[in-house]
Design a binder for this molecule. Structure first.
Ligand code: BTN
Length: 247
């Protein structure tokens, strides 16, 4: 991965660029990376704060020969790669909040956005967007993020090299991509569960169609979250914002 790199000092969104490149049949593993995004995108139509030089804003294009239903598994695969990169390069102990928020001490340090280009029953490209706050100081975050966001530097108490983290993320993504293609989702699911904080907890899941309260009891083999409500009914959630209760 990362043999072909598309680098720009300033870009609207690496994710948007990656979609274009994928559509134009760029090589698998193409990395789109920028120092700054002027309209970074988050999950659920939110924007993503991506100031110059202080974070990692990148998108990677994969082309697994798989049915589109398996795409959510790549979100979890990417989360495992990012967590391990932060452990190994920075000595931090991040946790994952389903599906793919990476938290340190309860605050978000990285967001992952996995998107798909598919043709009928086959994945054409999976675009994995990773946004990591690396060297921002707490006061650099806009007010609405102050309480919920953190950076690698805040947690480490010193400035950290972005390139060493980028390298390690790519190395881990490649490792787990190969493992996935050889052995399927099972080993990735186990690793992911080892880092997950939401499983076994009472949560509120806000989806576009409504809110579900209950206990997060696990993920399915597709990477979908299972919630058991107070009447014992099991809900499968594909996309939502999760609030963990009792914090
Ligand atoms: C989230 O909402 O948690 C996901 C945030 C993903 C942000 C990254 S930054 C690189 C890539 N380009 C974008 O426009 N978004 C993703």
């Amino acid at each position: 991965l990362g043999q072909t790199i598309y680098y720009q000092e300033s870009i609207d969104s690496t994710q948007k660029k990656a979609h274009q490149l994928a559509y134009d049949n760029c090589p698998e593993g193409t990395l789109v990376i920028a120092e700054e995004q002027t309209s970074g995108r988050g999950r659920m139509t939110r924007s993503w704060h991506s100031p110059k030089y202080s974070g990692i804003w990148m998108s990677i294009i994969l082309r697994p020969n798989l049915p589109p239903q398996q795409a959510p598994q790549f979100t979890l695969l990417a989360a495992v790669a990012v967590v391990q990169a932060l452990e190994e390069v920075c000595g931090l102990n991040p946790e994952i909040k389903w599906p793919n928020d990476i938290l340190i001490n309860g605050k978000k340090v990285t967001g992952i956005l996995t998107e798909l280009q598919a043709e009928s029953d086959k994945i054409n490209s999976i675009i994995i967007g990773i946004g990591m706050n690396v060297n921002s100081k707490q006061e650099d975050f806009p007010e609405e993020l102050q309480k919920i966001a953190t950076s690698v530097a805040i947690e480490k108490g010193k400035i950290v090299s972005r390139s060493s983290i980028i390298q390690k993320i790519l190395e881990k993504l490649e490792l787990y991509y190969h493992l996935y293609m050889e052995k399927g989702f099972g080993p990735i699911k186990l690793l992911w569960e080892g880092y997950a904080i939401s499983i076994g907890r009472e949560i509120i899941a806000r989806t576009i169609t409504g809110t579900i309260e209950g206990k997060a009891i696990g993920i399915t083999n597709d990477g979908v979250l299972k919630i058991e409500d107070s009447s014992g009914r099991i809900h499968e959630i594909y996309s939502a914002d999760i609030e963990i209760q009792g914090n």
